[in-house]
Design a protein around this ligand. Sequence first.
Ligand SMILES: [Zn+2]
Length: 209
Amino acid sequence: MGMSHSDGVRLDHVVTSGTFSLDGETHEVDNNVWVIGNEEECVVIDAPHDTEKILDVVGGRKLAAILCTHAHDDHVRVAPELREATGAPILLHPDEKPLWELTHPDLLWDVDLSDDQDLHVGGIKLTVIHTPGHAPGAVCFFAPDLGAVFTGDTLFQGGPGATGRSFSDAEVIKESIRTRLFPLPDDTVVHTGHGDDTTIGAEAEALGR
Ligand SMILES: [Zn+2]
């Protein structure tokens, strides 16, 4: 599934199915993988269950980076395998270390993400927004050229991500959403880690700024 822009910008999307495990519980989940770039190069946002499915969307393009919204196992499970297959570095916020180690105790990611950092791929700018709450180092990626923000599990259609498990905080996620996401333009499309898109305006109206 892809969307082509006249300037060669491409946003592609694939859904993978598998599990999410934390605190001794395992759940079946479907995850969104977002692939952003042009005809030459791209980045992926999250690397859940299925390397082959992700590589199909990357196609013959250079994978410039594996961007992780956070380190729950359903978002980083195949990141090392994808790195192995493509040579692309894994980027993650360092506050995700405790969660990352639950899934990949013997491996590391390559580059730390930091708040307000700009990343560039295929002529598209992605700004990192640190939005702790669902996880301590959860980040969103804002793409002003696309009028879109990729929120992982921080903001969904229908409200904030889950905060009932270890390393989560309900008050912190609300503060992150209110102070860092709701100031984005109302018509910004929210591409989430699970389920359907929404907009900043729709969620801000529902939650109250
Ligand atoms: Zn999560």
